[in-house]
Design a protein around this ligand. Structure first.
Ligand code: 4FV
Length: 254
């Protein structure tokens, strides 16, 4: 996959993309990331890319010209193939694991990083195919959201996570929150690893992990359960857990 990131601060990406899994993914040619400086496409003598908002108001708006010029360049560079064009913005669709899986199937992606109050609407109307938000809060720029999206997508590209790690057991991969993880030592400062995990009984361990995922999701993100494909066994376990939590709540309110 090739990802072209349009930004005013290409330097911000050097850190996150030159370490660990993302670095190896690029070395293994599974992922190619190009950061392109939008300011290089500003034609005015001061190379400004923003201007005051039409209709007045505070702050500045990123103008259409440098971005449209940048797209012309990308199209020339890639024989017209620029792929899906993602604008990072608070008004965008909430980013999810499902969305990451979907985008990971693409050959090419372009990510536009905004700054200031926002980007001229004509960019959104003409060039952008996807608007994505990483959360209901306002950041200084689209760079950090772009890094988040690239990281989540990269993990979904076959071969990026390598043998050791498997995305299949991720939180949200199967729609549930992940079960608790333990490793050696068996006892640390008196805190023990649950016996079942040391039993070697794989079916019992699978059941225990599924129960923990259901419990965590029920306690922390019950709305997620509506989207999950639940087995008959899951429904039986969930009923038990709901009754346990009810009686616990009842005990505590006594
Ligand atoms: C944002 C978000 C975000 C808004 C104005 C950049 C900033 C500035 N992007 N999810 N939350 N963007 O706050 O994606 O242009």
């Amino acid at each position: 996959m090739r990802i072209d990131i349009l930004t005013l601060f290409p330097g911000m990406f050097e850190g996150p993309f030159n370490h660990s899994i993302l670095k190896r993914a690029q070395e293994n040619m599974l992922l190619q990331i190009n950061t392109i400086n939008i300011r290089d496409f500003s034609k005015n003598k001061h190379h400004t890319v923003d201007d005051t908002p039409c209709g007045g108001g505070a702050g500045m708006v990123m103008g259409p010209e440098p971005l449209f010029e940048c797209f012309d360049y990308l199209q020339e560079q890639n024989g017209g193939q620029v792929g899906r064009v993602i604008m990072m913005c608070p008004q965008g669709e909430p980013f999810t694991q499902e969305y990451a899986k979907e985008l990971a199937k693409e050959e090419n992606l372009v990510i536009v990083c905004g700054h200031y109050e926002g980007i001229d609407e004509r960019v959104r109307e003409v060039l952008v195919t996807d608007e994505i938000s990483i959360g209901d809060y306002v950041l200084t720029g689209g760079e950090l959201p772009a890094m988040v999206v690239v990281d989540a997508i990269a993990r979904m590209i076959p071969g990026v996570l390598g043998e050791t790690a498997s995305a299949e057991e991720d939180s949200f991969y199967n729609g549930l929150l992940e079960y608790p993880h333990y490793t050696k030592p068996r006892v640390y400062r008196g805190y023990e690893v649950p016996e079942i995990l040391l039993s070697g009984h794989h079916e019992n361990i699978r059941k225990w992990r599924r129960r923990q995922s259901l419990l965590r999701t029920l306690e922390r993100r019950p709305e997620l359960l509506k989207e999950v494909e639940l087995t008959k066994e899951d429904k039986k376990v969930l009923l038990e857990l709901q009754q346990q939590l009810q009686s616990l709540k009842f005990e505590n309110n006594k």
